[in-house]
Design a protein around this ligand. Sequence first.
Ligand code: GLA
Length: 389
Amino acid sequence: MILSDLAAQVAGQFKTAYGRPPRWIVAAPGRVNVIGEHTDYNDGFVLPMAIERYAVMAADTGTTPGTVSVYDTQFKETAKIDVSRPVTKGQPKWSNYLRGVMAGFQQRGQAIPALDVAMLSTVPLGGGLSSSAALEVCTATLLEAATGRTIDPVEKALIAQKAEHEFAGVPCGIMDQFISALGREGHLLLLDCRTRKTELVPMSDPSVELLIVNTNVKHELGSGEYAKRRAECEAAARILGVPSLRDATADALEAGRGKMTGVVYRRARHVIGEIERTVHAAEGVRASNWTAVGQLMYASHASLRDDYEVSCQELDTVVEIAETIGIAGGVYGCRMTGGGFGGCAVALIKAGSVQAITQKIAADYRAKAGREATIFSSRPAAGATIIQG
Ligand code: GLA
């Protein structure tokens, strides 16, 4: 659904819930990462794009002093957040993404006004498309609209990341919140996670599209595997005597191989290779060299599957199906995207073949994995926006 329709929908839901029209409407997108996986917390490069799936909030000044009331149109439940004091964790669970951002604003010395809010999201939950970052950045954007004070998008992304760390318990990097805050229509975002320097890479060649294949295996990063990977990378950097794996080379890793466990070695090999692949992929996109970008995507997947061990059978199945279709059938490359352990794969395909490829992947996935995939394509979308107010 296009953003203006979503805005109208959430405005209608606000009116049903609160009996008056909303004053502000804001949105923030989810993302798909084209390449550069598990590199952000290693100071490396990532190449995500915002997708046409959004968290959207409609709001007005609240009727209960000191309280932000948030009606979630999907779960049909309301969170009551006490903003008269430092905001704490609470129920329902989803409200913690919003609570964390509110706490971040308070820590900057900004009081949170009483608000009545209705929200909806078209970013699939647990699909590895950053539904949580979309919620966080959307909340920050709502607070900007409601207080009339805009903040630098980089700072906004950092507040959202802190919310994820402290209120959702996931020690994530900066990719998801950055792309949700800073995405630009028609562009990928090459982000140097060390310097936080960003470069918009145009992705406007009409001959290609990105297809997102949701395995419908729920991914759960809170379970500890994500934090474990992060710790293994830090261990590798320590052993190699560098501040982060961004500073390590493949040669240095080989030289230090004897000093680390096989697992730590393989984690580091993934990260070092993936950082290089990401830089090359950005060059490939700039040059519309889709064959090269596709090969890098396959290599990224193999490395995430074998060295980093964050794929799962269903994701591997999607990538195998894509490889079987091949360039002759219109697929340049395919890989798992996001944190892993389920969620989505992303495929770079010829625009003219979208329908045939979608049907083929759906049928083969059903036959091989015994479940349904949800498949859609998206153009690179804009980052967070104030739609009204
Ligand atoms: C999750 C995290 C990101 C990033 C990816 C893996 O999406 O939130 O910061 O680490 O996993 O690339």
